[in-house]
Design a protein around this ligand. Structure first.
Ligand code: KG4
Ligand code: ZN
Length: 327
């Protein structure tokens, strides 16, 4: 089954064609990073306008690279939310229009579910598994017993991990989008240079605002010209990874789950990937850890097409469905 997916929830205009939910035939992502960089963050009105300018080209390019025509698709899918409404409308309407023109089903996809489904691309993994979803707007640990049987077992009570990455990066003078640059800078620092706090919160909670404030206070103790940026990045990154590994492992043990998957933009982080990969070795090889290829961690449309195929919760075959800003 061939599905064409479209993603436009934030600052990436993306289109992909995926076969049977796992095999990517072609994948195109047009990033707006350069546009928003000058503002230090995404400007919603500009994002929507830029999606409009890029969408036709991105779709044409995807079909050209695949050597396929839209009439060969079995369905068209798009992200309906959560995200920026003006941006979502562009991708959703493009996919709905193709579905009407070519008389094929339209599948409405939830962005967070799509991130989870990125794990199916180029892999054979199947639920049950525990999914750590870490993105710019969300931090959740989801018990996925089956496609139709999911439960959020822990969630952030304040900032999302990606949000804190971007805020700390900004305090350190790293340009938007800060997360990836903070990750790179951390490679040349000492992760044990500074002792940063792991929040003491309830079993079903994550919290990152305390870590953000502690890092901000640490930065302020230095003269602006002598901030040990590499060491701060490495210590911050070490604390984030430790926090995520501890809670994920605790729930994996409680549920007796041996499969752990990572999803979302922050799953592209090198230290988080390393620490979770290590679980396959240090925990007596008891765990199978899966994470998507880096290009399928951050926003893309292959995960949207994959999600439409596996059809987990919040995915509907409904051309009348409206886009939504919050999950
Ligand atoms: O999933 P995503 O592309 O968009 C949302 O759905 O939010 O995630 C974007 C987030 C941003 O906060 C970005 O800074 C972060 O993922 N990110 C990273 C890395 N690459 C992207 N954070 C840490 N390390 C990275 N390598
Ligand atoms: Zn995302």
């Amino acid at each position: 089954m061939l599905i064409c997916g479209i993603e436009s929830s934030c600052d990436e205009t993306a289109c992909a064609i995926v076969e049977d939910g796992r095999y990517v035939i072609s994948n195109t992502v047009a990033s707006q990073i350069k546009t928003h960089m000058q503002f230090g963050g995404v400007v919603p009105e500009i994002a929507a306008r830029e999606h409009l300018e890029s969408i036709n080209f991105v779709i044409d390019e995807t079909f050209k690279k695949a050597g396929k025509s839209p009439s060969e698709m079995d369905a068209f899918a798009a992200t309906m939310g959560p995200g920026l409404v003006g941006s979502l409308l562009v991708g959703a309407n493009a996919a709905k229009a193709m579905s009407l023109v070519y008389n094929k089903p339209f599948v409405a996809v939830d962005h967070l579910q799509a991130h989870v489904c990125a794990n199916f691309i180029d892999s054979t993994i199947e639920p049950p598994f525990l999914c750590l979803l870490v993105s710019g707007g969300h931090t959740q640990l989801i018990k996925i017993a089956g496609f139709e049987n999911q439960e959020i077992v822990a969630e952030t009570i304040d900032d999302a991990v990606g949000e804190v990455y971007d805020k700390v990066a900004r305090l350190l003078g790293l340009p938007y989008p800060g997360g990836i640059l903070l990750d790179k800078t951390a490679h040349s620092g000492n992760p044990h240079a500074f002792d940063l706090p792991i929040a003491k919160v309830g079993k079903n909670e994550f919290s990152f605002s305390g870590l953000k404030s502690a890092t901000a206070r640490l930065i302020e103790t230095f003269d602006k010209k002598n901030i040990p940026t590499e060491d701060i990045c490495a210590s911050f990154q070490h604390t984030v990874a430790e926090t995520l590994v501890q809670k994920t492992l605790m729930f994996a043990k409680e549920f007796e789950y041996d499969k752990i998957v990572l999803a979302g933009g922050v799953a592209a982080n090198s230290e988080i990937r390393r620490r979770f990969s290590d679980l396959e070795k240090v925990e007596n090889g008891n765990y199978i850890v899966n994470f998507p290829d880096i290009k399928y961690c951050t926003d893309n449309a292959a995960m949207v097409a994959s999600c439409a195929y596996f059809n987990p919760i919040k995915t509907h075959d409904s051309i009348t469905m409206e886009v939504y800003s919050r999950g």
